[in-house]
Design a protein around this ligand. Structure first.
Ligand code: ZN
Length: 158
């Protein structure tokens, strides 16, 4: 599998690429293109020199990217340090609302203790973190920066 995501739109739909051209176009090594081939990217003809149709390459990369997204199972957050979905350490999770309907989950990875983030809809909290008492924190300190009500009183008092 490719080590990183490749934008499928770098490849032109109506053009065929040799292994070398495709590698250059996607910014990967020729061996990566051979891996793609081993993983299901079909050449126009099943013999060398291989040519790959842009449309097919795009479809392949799009599918590969979708697979790599690896949606987290309930009770886990994707840890970018481990590059895997991990459970929160000590079953401690914080939720910071960004809007009335959604926010951000924060927890420490139980594997590497790195900080993990995951956006969730508020309605999904219970299903995303089943059995975990999610601690809901205040949002951005919007209330504090609001002008104090005493301004109005001063105006009236004089
Ligand atoms: Zn981790």
């Amino acid at each position: 599998m490719p080590a990183r995501r490749i934008n499928p739109f770098r490849v032109r739909m109506h053009r065929s690429y040799s292994v070398q051209e495709l590698a250059a176009c996607c910014g990967v090594h020729k061996n990566t293109v051979r891996n793609w081939q081993a993983n299901g990217l079909e050449a126009n003809e099943p013999r060398r020199p291989y040519l790959f149709q842009g449309e097919r390459v795009r479809a392949f990369l799009t599918k590969a990217n979708a697979k790599r997204k690896s949606p987290c199972t309930p009770g886990t957050i994707f840890c970018f340090r481990c590059r895997a979905p991990r459970a929160p350490a000590l079953a401690m999770v914080e939720y910071t609302p960004h809007s009335p309907t959604g926010g951000n989950l924060r927890a420490l990875c139980d594997h590497c203790e790195g900080l993990m983030h995951r956006r969730v809809r508020k309605a999904d909290l219970a299903s995303v973190m089943p059995g975990i008492a999610v601690h809901i924190t205040e949002g951005q300190p919007r209330l504090i920066s609001r002008p104090s009500p005493s301004t109005n009183c001063d105006f009236q008092g004089s």
